[in-house]
Design a protein around this ligand. Structure first.
Ligand code: HEM
Length: 336
Protein backbone atom coordinates (compact mmCIF):
# COMPACT_ATOMS: atom_id res chain seq x y z
CA UNK A 1 0.00 0.00 0.00
CA UNK A 2 2.82 2.41 0.90
CA UNK A 3 4.22 1.89 -2.61
CA UNK A 4 0.89 2.84 -4.15
CA UNK A 5 0.59 6.03 -2.09
CA UNK A 6 4.06 7.11 -3.21
CA UNK A 7 3.45 6.12 -6.82
CA UNK A 8 0.13 7.99 -6.95
CA UNK A 9 1.77 11.06 -5.42
CA UNK A 10 4.61 11.04 -7.98
CA UNK A 11 2.10 10.57 -10.83
CA UNK A 12 0.03 13.50 -9.52
CA UNK A 13 3.15 15.68 -9.23
CA UNK A 14 4.17 14.69 -12.77
CA UNK A 15 0.75 15.61 -14.15
CA UNK A 16 0.73 18.91 -12.23
CA UNK A 17 4.21 19.79 -13.55
CA UNK A 18 3.47 18.73 -17.11
CA UNK A 19 0.08 20.36 -17.59
CA UNK A 20 0.37 23.18 -15.04
CA UNK A 21 3.34 24.68 -16.84
CA UNK A 22 1.38 24.70 -20.13
CA UNK A 23 -1.38 26.86 -18.70
CA UNK A 24 -1.01 30.42 -19.92
CA UNK A 25 0.55 32.68 -17.31
CA UNK A 26 1.61 29.85 -14.96
CA UNK A 27 5.17 29.49 -16.25
CA UNK A 28 6.55 32.06 -13.74
CA UNK A 29 5.01 29.93 -10.98
CA UNK A 30 6.76 26.75 -12.16
CA UNK A 31 9.95 28.45 -13.38
CA UNK A 32 10.50 31.05 -10.64
CA UNK A 33 8.20 31.02 -7.60
CA UNK A 34 8.21 27.28 -6.79
CA UNK A 35 11.97 26.82 -7.39
CA UNK A 36 12.70 29.73 -5.04
CA UNK A 37 10.31 28.43 -2.36
CA UNK A 38 11.88 24.98 -2.70
CA UNK A 39 15.43 26.30 -2.47
CA UNK A 40 14.66 28.42 0.61
CA UNK A 41 12.88 25.46 2.27
CA UNK A 42 15.86 23.24 1.43
CA UNK A 43 18.47 25.60 2.88
CA UNK A 44 16.54 26.75 5.96
CA UNK A 45 15.20 23.24 6.59
CA UNK A 46 18.68 21.71 6.58
CA UNK A 47 20.12 24.47 8.80
CA UNK A 48 17.27 24.08 11.34
CA UNK A 49 17.64 20.31 11.47
CA UNK A 50 21.41 20.44 11.83
CA UNK A 51 21.13 23.05 14.60
CA UNK A 52 18.56 20.90 16.38
CA UNK A 53 20.80 17.86 16.20
CA UNK A 54 23.86 19.87 17.20
CA UNK A 55 22.02 21.18 20.27
CA UNK A 56 20.88 17.72 21.42
CA UNK A 57 22.92 16.60 24.43
CA UNK A 58 25.03 13.50 23.98
CA UNK A 59 25.41 12.39 27.60
CA UNK A 60 27.09 9.08 26.84
CA UNK A 61 29.97 7.88 24.69
CA UNK A 62 28.19 5.52 22.34
CA UNK A 63 30.46 4.84 19.36
CA UNK A 64 29.57 1.59 17.61
CA UNK A 65 32.58 -0.66 17.76
CA UNK A 66 33.33 -4.14 16.54
CA UNK A 67 37.03 -4.45 17.19
CA UNK A 68 39.47 -4.51 20.07
CA UNK A 69 39.50 -1.25 22.01
CA UNK A 70 42.81 0.35 22.98
CA UNK A 71 43.84 -0.93 26.41
CA UNK A 72 47.08 -2.54 27.58
CA UNK A 73 50.16 -1.94 25.39
CA UNK A 74 50.60 -5.63 24.56
CA UNK A 75 47.00 -6.09 23.36
CA UNK A 76 46.70 -5.18 19.68
CA UNK A 77 43.91 -2.69 19.19
CA UNK A 78 41.86 -2.07 16.06
CA UNK A 79 42.02 1.62 15.22
CA UNK A 80 39.28 1.60 12.59
CA UNK A 81 36.76 -0.62 14.31
CA UNK A 82 37.28 0.94 17.71
CA UNK A 83 38.88 4.35 17.14
CA UNK A 84 40.52 5.65 20.29
CA UNK A 85 41.46 9.13 19.09
CA UNK A 86 40.25 11.88 16.75
CA UNK A 87 42.55 10.89 13.85
CA UNK A 88 41.14 7.35 13.86
CA UNK A 89 37.59 8.72 14.08
CA UNK A 90 38.25 10.92 11.04
CA UNK A 91 39.75 7.93 9.20
CA UNK A 92 36.68 5.82 9.93
CA UNK A 93 34.35 8.67 8.96
CA UNK A 94 36.12 9.24 5.63
CA UNK A 95 35.81 5.55 4.74
CA UNK A 96 32.15 5.62 5.78
CA UNK A 97 31.25 8.75 3.86
CA UNK A 98 33.25 8.12 0.69
CA UNK A 99 32.97 4.33 0.48
CA UNK A 100 29.93 3.41 2.66
CA UNK A 101 32.13 1.01 4.58
CA UNK A 102 29.50 -0.22 7.03
CA UNK A 103 27.20 -1.06 4.12
CA UNK A 104 30.05 -2.99 2.51
CA UNK A 105 30.16 -5.20 5.60
CA UNK A 106 26.43 -5.81 5.41
CA UNK A 107 25.42 -9.47 5.70
CA UNK A 108 22.30 -11.39 4.80
CA UNK A 109 20.67 -13.91 7.12
CA UNK A 110 18.63 -16.83 5.84
CA UNK A 111 17.07 -19.89 7.36
CA UNK A 112 17.96 -22.95 5.32
CA UNK A 113 17.04 -26.64 5.50
CA UNK A 114 14.37 -26.13 8.10
CA UNK A 115 16.18 -24.48 10.99
CA UNK A 116 19.75 -23.74 9.91
CA UNK A 117 20.63 -20.05 10.26
CA UNK A 118 23.04 -19.06 7.51
CA UNK A 119 24.84 -15.73 7.21
CA UNK A 120 26.25 -14.70 3.85
CA UNK A 121 28.00 -11.72 2.41
CA UNK A 122 25.87 -9.46 0.24
CA UNK A 123 27.41 -6.69 -1.80
CA UNK A 124 24.63 -5.71 -4.22
CA UNK A 125 23.10 -3.08 -1.96
CA UNK A 126 26.52 -1.53 -1.42
CA UNK A 127 27.27 -1.59 -5.16
CA UNK A 128 23.92 0.01 -6.05
CA UNK A 129 24.29 2.56 -3.24
CA UNK A 130 27.75 3.58 -4.42
CA UNK A 131 26.66 3.66 -8.07
CA UNK A 132 23.61 5.77 -7.26
CA UNK A 133 25.38 8.33 -5.07
CA UNK A 134 28.41 8.80 -7.32
CA UNK A 135 26.45 9.06 -10.56
CA UNK A 136 24.08 11.52 -8.87
CA UNK A 137 27.12 13.61 -7.90
CA UNK A 138 28.54 13.52 -11.44
CA UNK A 139 25.15 14.44 -12.97
CA UNK A 140 24.84 17.40 -10.59
CA UNK A 141 28.40 18.53 -11.39
CA UNK A 142 27.65 18.25 -15.12
CA UNK A 143 24.55 20.40 -14.60
CA UNK A 144 26.85 23.27 -13.64
CA UNK A 145 26.91 24.04 -17.35
CA UNK A 146 23.39 25.39 -16.88
CA UNK A 147 24.08 27.21 -13.64
CA UNK A 148 27.37 29.00 -14.36
CA UNK A 149 28.34 31.14 -17.34
CA UNK A 150 30.88 30.48 -18.86
CA UNK A 151 30.82 26.71 -18.26
CA UNK A 152 33.67 25.82 -15.85
CA UNK A 153 36.53 23.75 -17.31
CA UNK A 154 36.07 20.91 -14.81
CA UNK A 155 32.50 20.42 -16.11
CA UNK A 156 33.82 20.01 -19.65
CA UNK A 157 36.34 17.41 -18.46
CA UNK A 158 33.66 15.47 -16.60
CA UNK A 159 31.37 15.66 -19.64
CA UNK A 160 34.09 14.32 -21.97
CA UNK A 161 34.93 11.49 -19.59
CA UNK A 162 31.28 10.62 -19.06
CA UNK A 163 30.60 10.50 -22.81
CA UNK A 164 33.89 8.69 -23.47
CA UNK A 165 32.34 5.94 -25.63
CA UNK A 166 30.73 8.55 -27.89
CA UNK A 167 27.60 6.47 -28.45
CA UNK A 168 24.57 8.24 -29.95
CA UNK A 169 23.93 11.86 -30.75
CA UNK A 170 23.69 13.70 -28.45
CA UNK A 171 26.17 11.39 -26.79
CA UNK A 172 24.81 9.05 -24.12
CA UNK A 173 26.32 9.68 -20.73
CA UNK A 174 27.41 6.58 -18.88
CA UNK A 175 26.29 8.10 -15.59
CA UNK A 176 22.71 8.55 -16.86
CA UNK A 177 22.43 4.81 -17.55
CA UNK A 178 24.05 3.78 -14.28
CA UNK A 179 21.97 6.30 -12.28
CA UNK A 180 18.67 5.03 -13.70
CA UNK A 181 19.75 1.39 -13.32
CA UNK A 182 20.90 1.89 -9.71
CA UNK A 183 17.73 3.73 -8.63
CA UNK A 184 15.61 1.03 -10.32
CA UNK A 185 17.58 -1.68 -8.49
CA UNK A 186 17.11 0.09 -5.14
CA UNK A 187 13.38 0.25 -5.80
CA UNK A 188 13.00 -3.33 -7.08
CA UNK A 189 15.03 -4.65 -4.14
CA UNK A 190 12.39 -3.28 -1.77
CA UNK A 191 9.64 -4.96 -3.78
CA UNK A 192 11.29 -8.29 -4.54
CA UNK A 193 12.11 -9.33 -0.96
CA UNK A 194 9.06 -9.78 1.30
CA UNK A 195 11.09 -8.94 4.44
CA UNK A 196 12.27 -5.62 2.99
CA UNK A 197 8.83 -4.92 1.54
CA UNK A 198 7.35 -5.39 5.02
CA UNK A 199 9.58 -2.73 6.59
CA UNK A 200 9.41 -0.28 3.67
CA UNK A 201 7.46 2.92 4.22
CA UNK A 202 6.10 5.55 1.86
CA UNK A 203 9.16 7.61 2.84
CA UNK A 204 11.36 4.89 1.35
CA UNK A 205 9.55 4.59 -1.97
CA UNK A 206 8.73 8.24 -2.58
CA UNK A 207 12.29 9.60 -2.95
CA UNK A 208 13.27 6.69 -5.19
CA UNK A 209 10.25 7.20 -7.45
CA UNK A 210 10.84 10.95 -7.51
CA UNK A 211 14.50 10.49 -8.45
CA UNK A 212 13.48 8.03 -11.14
CA UNK A 213 11.01 10.61 -12.53
CA UNK A 214 13.67 13.36 -12.44
CA UNK A 215 16.25 11.15 -14.17
CA UNK A 216 13.75 9.96 -16.78
CA UNK A 217 12.53 13.48 -17.66
CA UNK A 218 16.18 14.61 -17.91
CA UNK A 219 17.00 11.67 -20.18
CA UNK A 220 13.92 12.31 -22.35
CA UNK A 221 14.89 15.97 -22.64
CA UNK A 222 18.37 15.13 -23.83
CA UNK A 223 17.54 12.32 -26.23
CA UNK A 224 13.92 12.60 -27.33
CA UNK A 225 11.91 15.77 -26.65
CA UNK A 226 14.51 18.47 -27.16
CA UNK A 227 14.31 21.68 -25.15
CA UNK A 228 15.90 25.06 -25.83
CA UNK A 229 19.12 24.83 -23.82
CA UNK A 230 20.04 28.50 -24.38
CA UNK A 231 16.68 29.42 -22.82
CA UNK A 232 17.28 26.96 -19.95
CA UNK A 233 20.64 28.55 -19.20
CA UNK A 234 19.13 32.04 -19.31
CA UNK A 235 16.45 30.93 -16.83
CA UNK A 236 18.79 29.17 -14.38
CA UNK A 237 21.47 31.89 -14.45
CA UNK A 238 18.65 34.44 -13.94
CA UNK A 239 17.33 32.45 -10.96
CA UNK A 240 20.74 32.19 -9.34
CA UNK A 241 21.62 35.86 -9.90
CA UNK A 242 18.25 36.86 -8.41
CA UNK A 243 17.14 38.41 -11.72
CA UNK A 244 14.65 35.79 -12.82
CA UNK A 245 13.35 35.68 -16.39
CA UNK A 246 11.18 33.23 -18.31
CA UNK A 247 12.53 33.00 -21.86
CA UNK A 248 10.04 31.97 -24.58
CA UNK A 249 9.76 28.45 -25.97
CA UNK A 250 11.82 26.40 -23.51
CA UNK A 251 9.49 23.37 -23.66
CA UNK A 252 7.16 22.00 -21.00
CA UNK A 253 9.31 18.92 -20.26
CA UNK A 254 11.91 21.24 -18.78
CA UNK A 255 9.31 22.81 -16.47
CA UNK A 256 8.28 19.32 -15.39
CA UNK A 257 11.93 18.41 -14.70
CA UNK A 258 12.41 21.61 -12.71
CA UNK A 259 9.14 21.12 -10.83
CA UNK A 260 10.11 17.59 -9.78
CA UNK A 261 13.53 18.84 -8.68
CA UNK A 262 11.78 21.60 -6.66
CA UNK A 263 9.61 18.93 -4.98
CA UNK A 264 12.74 16.95 -4.11
CA UNK A 265 14.46 20.02 -2.66
CA UNK A 266 11.44 21.02 -0.56
CA UNK A 267 10.94 17.43 0.66
CA UNK A 268 14.62 16.85 1.46
CA UNK A 269 14.88 18.36 4.99
CA UNK A 270 11.84 16.39 6.20
CA UNK A 271 12.94 13.05 4.83
CA UNK A 272 15.39 10.25 5.35
CA UNK A 273 17.55 11.95 2.73
CA UNK A 274 18.81 14.11 5.62
CA UNK A 275 21.28 11.30 6.34
CA UNK A 276 23.48 13.40 4.06
CA UNK A 277 23.99 15.82 6.98
CA UNK A 278 23.12 13.41 9.79
CA UNK A 279 26.06 11.10 9.18
CA UNK A 280 28.40 13.86 10.39
CA UNK A 281 26.44 14.36 13.59
CA UNK A 282 25.91 10.75 14.51
CA UNK A 283 27.38 10.06 17.98
CA UNK A 284 27.77 6.38 17.15
CA UNK A 285 30.20 7.44 14.43
CA UNK A 286 31.83 10.72 15.46
CA UNK A 287 33.00 9.85 18.97
CA UNK A 288 36.25 8.14 19.91
CA UNK A 289 35.99 5.02 22.02
CA UNK A 290 38.32 6.20 24.80
CA UNK A 291 36.17 5.04 27.70
CA UNK A 292 39.05 3.09 29.23
CA UNK A 293 41.37 6.10 29.19
CA UNK A 294 39.07 8.92 30.25
CA UNK A 295 36.24 9.16 32.67
CA UNK A 296 33.26 10.71 30.93
CA UNK A 297 30.91 12.20 33.48
CA UNK A 298 27.32 12.47 32.42
CA UNK A 299 26.64 16.24 32.37
CA UNK A 300 23.07 15.49 33.42
CA UNK A 301 24.19 13.96 36.74
CA UNK A 302 22.68 15.96 39.58
CA UNK A 303 24.22 16.22 43.05
CA UNK A 304 23.05 13.19 44.97
CA UNK A 305 22.92 13.51 48.77
CA UNK A 306 25.12 10.61 49.79
CA UNK A 307 25.06 8.77 53.11
CA UNK A 308 28.28 6.71 53.20
CA UNK A 309 28.76 3.83 55.61
CA UNK A 310 31.16 5.84 57.84
CA UNK A 311 28.42 8.40 58.51
CA UNK A 312 25.86 5.63 59.01
CA UNK A 313 28.06 4.00 61.60
CA UNK A 314 28.65 7.38 63.32
CA UNK A 315 24.89 7.80 63.51
CA UNK A 316 24.04 4.33 64.86
CA UNK A 317 27.27 3.36 66.66
CA UNK A 318 25.77 3.15 70.12
CA UNK A 319 22.77 1.16 68.98
CA UNK A 320 24.99 -1.17 66.95
CA UNK A 321 27.34 -1.70 69.89
CA UNK A 322 24.35 -2.41 72.12
CA UNK A 323 23.09 -5.02 69.64
CA UNK A 324 26.56 -6.59 69.46
CA UNK A 325 27.10 -5.72 65.80
CA UNK A 326 30.69 -5.40 64.52
CA UNK A 327 31.97 -1.81 64.17
CA UNK A 328 34.54 -0.57 61.65
CA UNK A 329 35.68 2.16 64.04
CA UNK A 330 35.05 2.08 67.74
CA UNK A 331 36.37 5.22 69.57
CA UNK A 332 36.01 3.48 72.97
CA UNK A 333 38.24 0.61 71.85
CA UNK A 334 40.73 3.14 70.42
CA UNK A 335 40.92 4.93 73.83
CA UNK A 336 42.06 1.71 75.60
C1 HEM B 1 18.19 16.57 -8.29
C2 HEM B 1 18.65 17.27 -9.28
C3 HEM B 1 18.71 16.83 -10.72
C4 HEM B 1 18.86 15.58 -11.24
C5 HEM B 1 19.02 14.25 -10.52
C6 HEM B 1 18.85 15.71 -12.68
C7 HEM B 1 18.99 14.67 -13.57
C8 HEM B 1 19.12 14.81 -14.94
C9 HEM B 1 19.49 13.77 -15.84
C10 HEM B 1 19.80 12.32 -15.45
C11 HEM B 1 19.52 14.29 -17.09
C12 HEM B 1 19.88 13.54 -18.38
C13 HEM B 1 21.04 14.18 -19.14
C14 HEM B 1 22.23 14.56 -18.33
O1 HEM B 1 22.64 13.77 -17.46
O2 HEM B 1 22.75 15.68 -18.53
C15 HEM B 1 19.15 15.67 -16.98
C16 HEM B 1 19.07 16.55 -18.01
C17 HEM B 1 18.73 17.87 -17.90
N1 HEM B 1 18.51 18.55 -16.73
FE1 HEM B 1 18.55 17.82 -14.89
N2 HEM B 1 18.64 17.03 -13.00
C18 HEM B 1 18.57 17.75 -11.83
C19 HEM B 1 18.41 19.10 -11.70
C20 HEM B 1 18.23 19.98 -12.74
C21 HEM B 1 18.06 21.39 -12.61
C22 HEM B 1 18.01 22.16 -11.27
C23 HEM B 1 17.97 21.90 -13.87
C24 HEM B 1 17.80 23.30 -14.30
C25 HEM B 1 17.25 24.23 -13.61
C26 HEM B 1 18.07 20.80 -14.79
C27 HEM B 1 18.01 20.89 -16.16
C28 HEM B 1 18.25 19.86 -17.05
C29 HEM B 1 18.26 20.01 -18.50
C30 HEM B 1 17.98 21.27 -19.27
C31 HEM B 1 18.57 18.75 -19.03
C32 HEM B 1 18.72 18.38 -20.50
C33 HEM B 1 20.17 18.32 -20.84
C34 HEM B 1 20.48 18.14 -22.28
O3 HEM B 1 19.58 18.23 -23.12
O4 HEM B 1 21.66 17.89 -22.54
N3 HEM B 1 18.23 19.63 -14.08
N4 HEM B 1 18.90 15.96 -15.65
Amino acid sequence: MTLWYSLILVVILTLVGLFGSQVNGLQPLFGIVLPYIALVTFIIGIIMKVLKWAKSPVPFRIPTTCGQAKSLPWIKNDNLESPSNTISVIGRMILEILFFRSLFRNTRMEIKEGSKVVYASTKFLWMAGMAFHYTFLVILLRHFRFFVDPTPQFVIWIQNLDGFFQVGLPIFYLTDMVFLAAVSYLLLRRLADSKIRYISLAGDYFPLLLLLAIGTTGFLMRHFTKVDLIGVKELTVGLLSLQPVIPDGIGSLFFLHLFLVSCLLAYFPFSKLMHMAGVFLSPTRNLANNNRMKQHVNPWNYDVKLHPYEEYEDEFREVMRGAGLPLDRDPEEEKK
